[in-house]
Design a binder for this molecule. Structure first.
Ligand code: FES
Length: 105
């Protein structure tokens, strides 16, 4: 996609822990930043089923369960692994520079 660029979203990458993803906005885009197995991952932070923040869901291994109706998503790929959602979610590239987190949007 054209027009993508890196956006700084979190000042302190270490503040994002396995059980505490963060929700950020880049322009109008809500993004959840998760730490899974030590690696950071960024995904669309709105469940495609209705409206719930996946960053407020339950993380288990590499998956996050929607807090509203329990749809299940694979965080590294955005794949939907259980309904009621009927599609996956966007993923975004993440990098850490000088301790800060950037996402490519
Ligand atoms: S809003 Fe996520 S499963 Fe319904």
């Amino acid at each position: 996609m054209s027009g993508e660029r890196w956006h700084k979203v979190v000042d302190n990458a270490a503040a994002i822990t396995e059980d505490m993803p963060v929700s950020v906005e880049v322009g109008e885009v809500p993004i959840g930043v998760f730490r899974i197995g030590g690696e950071l991952h960024a995904i669309e932070d709105v469940c495609p089923h209705a409206f719930a923040r996946l960053s407020e869901g339950y993380v288990e291994g590499e998956e996050v369960e929607c807090p509203l109706h329990a749809a299940l998503f694979h965080v590294p790929t955005g794949e939907c692994r259980r309904g009621p959602a009927d599609r996956g979610i966007e993923t975004y590239e993440v990098k850490v520079e000088d301790g800060s987190v950037y996402v490519l949007v």
